[in-house]
Design a protein around this ligand. Structure first.
Ligand SMILES: [Zn+2]
Ligand SMILES: [Zn+2]
Length: 334
């Protein structure tokens, strides 16, 4: 995604300021947040919106808010360190978000050198050595018959001595490496923004702004904060109330099937109701699956099963099937 596309995605003009950018992004997030917007488009949209915002924040970082102290004499103490926000996207799976996790974030960001205000050199109070402070260099022209004056290249014509900026090595910008271990609390949601206070560097107070994005999960979906899973189960195992393995955040768990139920509620195994709060319920929907056509051996086994279960029903005076079969037989004698 390039910068033009990113502005287009957010429906913004490149001339907007940071506050307008942030306000628009917040409006779009609240509109397209998958917790609130259940259209199939929402997840894709929120990811594109966050990507665009993320891109623009990085693009504008450093380019915006140039240091204000360009003309401040060296050595003067700064009143308050300026804030520098480094935006990072963090992709989580739904189970990581359910349980909380730790992410190690490392990277690098560059900012305008505050010592030289991005110029790569410092202007000193003394006169330029190249032109002795006049700002101009005289050059002989036409075999020395004439002199011309040109602006001094050392000082750009203002006559003041320059010094190569040491802190940025003349590049005008400095880069900072960061390495943070960040704890993401259980219940964090896609679209959430977390701020991690950072360290100071070159008089800048920098913090990490983490934008949470959910990765699609092979088993789990989150619908209106409700963790769900739909899984096929063997139809015979279901009919026989057998145990099956079900995925829960953090691993597998055994669950007993019940031939009268298709939806199962696993209490306290779902997504936290609110960040750091207790976990909600987890709903598992089973889809009993039978073979399309039973093979000869399965046919034989099913026949035996039917025979045995019918015999048992006939022998049980309380069985509705047994009672039905007995009354059918009696009626048919007439
Ligand atoms: Zn510098
Ligand atoms: Zn000069």
């Amino acid at each position: 995604m390039d910068t033009t596309d990113a502005y287009k995605e957010l429906g913004l003009d490149p001339g907007v300021d940071d506050a307008q950018l942030k306000a628009k992004w917040r409006r779009l997030v609240s509109r397209w947040h998958p917790d609130r917007n259940r259209t199939s488009e929402a997840l894709l949209r929120i990811q594109r919106i966050n990507k665009a915002y993320h891109h623009l924040c990085q693009h504008r970082n450093g380019a915006l808010d140039p240091p204000q102290d360009a003309s401040r004499p060296a050595g003067q103490t700064q009143a308050k360190p300026e804030k520098q926000v480094v935006v990072r996207e963090v992709r989580l799976s739904i189970d990581e978000a359910s349980l909380g996790c730790i992410r190690v974030l490392r990277g690098k960001f560059t900012h305008v050198c505050r010592t030289c205000a991005g110029k790569g050199q410092r202007v000193l109070a003394q006169a330029c050595k190249g032109c002795k402070g006049s700002g101009a260099i005289r050059r002989a022209a036409l075999f020395g018959w004439l002199w011309t004056e040109e602006a001094c290249q050392d000082c750009g014509g203002d006559g003041r001595q320059r010094e190569h900026c040491q802190p940025c090595d003349g590049k005008g910008e400095r880069s900072v490496k960061y390495h943070h271990s960040v704890r993401l609390p259980a219940g964090v949601r896609a679209g959430d923004v977390l701020t991690v206070p950072g360290a100071q560097h070159d008089g800048l107070d920098f913090s990490l702004e983490i934008h949470v994005v959910f990765e699609p999960h092979p088993f789990f979906v989150l619908q209106e904060g409700q963790l769900r899973c739909e899984m096929p189960v063997d139809g015979f195992a279901w009919a026989a109330n057998r145990w099956v393995d079900v995925p829960v955040p953090g691993g597998l768990q055994q669950m007993r099937l019940n031939r009268h139920a298709l939806v199962y509620r696993l209490r306290g195994q779902g997504f936290p109701l609110e960040p750091r709060g207790p976990r909600g319920d987890y709903l598992v929907t089973v889809v009993p699956t039978f073979p399309e056509a039973e093979d000869a051996q399965q046919q034989k086994l099913i026949d035996r099963l039917i025979e045995a279960s019918t015999r048992a029903a006939d022998a049980d005076p309380n069985s509705p099937l047994g009672q039905w079969r007995a009354s059918l037989k009696a009626w048919n004698k007439h």
